[in-house]
Write a protein that binds this ligand. Structure first.
Ligand code: UDP
Length: 140
């Protein structure tokens, strides 16, 4: 076990339904600490850059439109095995396949509007944190 940092986004479907507190509560109850947080409205360029790995996927255009459809809350989460712990509490991409007790099972609307993003590896966590945060914005 190691203390890690991972990157999270509370997506527009959650900010629209006033669920930023509900999502954060589930993250905190899973043992993750919010060490940086800001509410932003992503630009098209930011969303396209952030989801660049999905550029060739059929859902890319819709995903960029969704992620720029309203405010999001970008966060840095810290904890023991934070990357895996966050993926566990998020649940499966499609809420229909997500386990009981996960954020997506409890709150997500659809495979696209699925309430949260979380880094899928420690390497990507570093890249994603650097994409949205300056070092001095993170207070551990
Ligand atoms: N997504 C989508 N349709 C799909 C698969 C994914 O709209 O068929 C969206 C969804 O919002 C998902 C994001 O694209 O969270 C990134 O997909 P990924 O496979 O990386 O899933 P995640 O790591 O978020 O579970």
């Amino acid at each position: 076990m190691a203390l890690q940092r991972t990157f999270s986004i509370i997506k527009p479907d959650a900010t629209r339904r006033n669920l930023t507190g509900a999502v954060t509560k589930m993250l905190e109850e899973a043992g993750l600490r919010v060490v940086a947080s800001k509410r932003i409205h992503m630009t098209k360029e930011q969303a396209e850059g952030f989801y660049g790995v999905h550029r060739e996927r059929p859902f890319f255009g819709d995903l960029v439109a969704f992620m720029t459809s309203g405010p999001v809350v970008v966060q840095v989460l810290e904890g023991e095995d934070a990357v895996a712990k966050n993926r566990e509490v998020m649940g499966a991409t499609n809420p229909a396949n997500a386990d009981e007790g996960t954020i997506r099972k409890a709150l997500a609307e659809s495979i696209e509007a699925n309430t949260v993003h979380g880094s899928d590896s420690l390497e990507n966590a570093k890249i994603e944190i650097d994409f949205f945060f300056k070092p001095e914005e993170i207070v551990g």
